[in-house]
Design a protein around this ligand. Structure first.
Ligand code: SAM
Ligand code: SF4
Length: 330
């Protein structure tokens, strides 16, 4: 089998696919209150196109897909797409990142699909009022209920907490305390400027070191073995049921072992979160490309993968970062 390997010898085996650019929430760090301009439906990849892209990628060694967005559960028939993807025998794991507000009614079906291994649930505060302020929507109780169900399920539950200076930094240790009794992983993410031109001012920079220091001020933590390509550095408070991680998303100290590519909801291929999209797969497909054409394309595109996120950012052609994570697929 031909494999996707970049110029630095990094093997690419993981794709993050945004299934939509739409979202039911309006998180402050992701988009402005009025939302972001969404694209016409025809510009989004269809599920059939996504299936085909993933199939070709799995024939080149990709074995894990993360479905994200926007909010994946906003897209009609997303559950049927999960079922469809499960038929891909080369795919080992399908993981989903969601805000959880719409998924309660789908939980049984999700749990019945064995390839779905991990759900990343975004929750930035444990207080309903603050949660509402951050997401600009009043759905804390729905999200927390889903958290409780998933924690007891056969799925690995990871909580995504974007650390927002002046908003939720006083809750970092509360989130760690949650791992005492709950079988889940809390991951603290450095905030990045992907906010759709939303007005954001940060009082202080909460980077990896500062987050770690805050945790260590209250807990004695033990470092866990981290798989080479993991996005997070992982820790545990000995005796606690769950564990925790910190994702240096903005300080980008994890790029050396990157094993990922991304595809946006409109079919833009991205070698790095910080690049501005290097190829339009949708038009390539719609112009009649065969699976063999797609394969050759992917093999050559990954050769352009930049060494790290700083180089990717410096090489951007469309100006400084301002797009929303909802468009890119977080
Ligand atoms: N709507 C889903 C959700 O919120 O989980 C999936 C898409 S969202 C863009 C994916 C992840 O990106 C979420 O965990 C979210 O918190 C994170 N995210 C969004 N904007 C971010 C930013 N500016 N900096 C860091 N993380 C961000
Ligand atoms: Fe929506 Fe997720 Fe962005 Fe929040 S972070 S606005 S839930 S896409």
């Amino acid at each position: 089998m031909q494999k996707l390997v970049d110029r630095f010898g990094r093997e690419i085996n993981y794709v993050r696919l945004a299934v939509t650019d739409r979202c039911n929430l309006r998180c402050q760090y992701c988009m402005p209150a009025h939302g972001i301009p969404i694209v016409a439906r025809e510009e989004l990849l269809t599920f059939k196109e996504m299936y085909r892209i993933v199939r070709v990628l799995t024939e080149l060694g990709i074995h894990k897909v993360r479905l994200t967005g926007g909010e994946p559960f906003v897209r009609k028939d997303f559950i049927s797409f999960l079922e469809m993807l499960s038929y891909n025998d080369l795919l080992e794991a399908i993981n989903i990142t969601t805000n959880g507000a719409l998924i309660k009614k789908h939980l049984e079906k999700i749990q019945a699909l064995p390839k779905i291994k991990t759900i990343n649930l975004s929750i930035d505060s444990l207080h309903a009022e603050k949660f509402k302020k951050i997401t600009r929507r009043d759905v804390f109780s729905e999200v927390y209920e889903v958290l409780e169900v998933l924690e007891k399920s056969n799925l690995h539950l990871k909580l995504n907490v974007v650390v927002q200076s002046g908003f939720n930094t006083n809750e970092i240790t509360d989130f760690v305390r949650l791992t005492a009794e709950k079988n889940l992983t809390v991951r603290f993410i450095e905030e990045m400027p992907f906010n759709g031109n939303g007005q954001r001012t940060m009082e202080e920079v909460w980077n990896f070191d500062k987050i770690l220091k805050e945790i260590a001020s209250e807990f004695e933590i033990k470092k866990l073995e981290t798989p080479k390509s993991s996005t997070s550095k992982n820790y545990k408070v000995p005796g606690f049921k769950g564990d925790l991680g910190i994702i240096p998303a903005f300080t980008r100290t994890i790029c050396n072992d990157c094993n990922r590519i991304r595809i946006t909801a409109t079919g833009l291929f991205k070698n790095c979160l910080f690049d501005d999209g290097v190829f339009n797969l949708r038009d390539f497909l719609r112009n009649g490309a065969s699976n063999e054409d797609l394969k050759s394309l992917f093999l050559s595109l990954v050769k352009e993968k930049p060494k790290n996120g700083f180089i990717a950012e410096a090489n951007r052609k469309n100006g400084a970062i301002s797009e929303s994570m909802s468009t890119i697929g977080g």
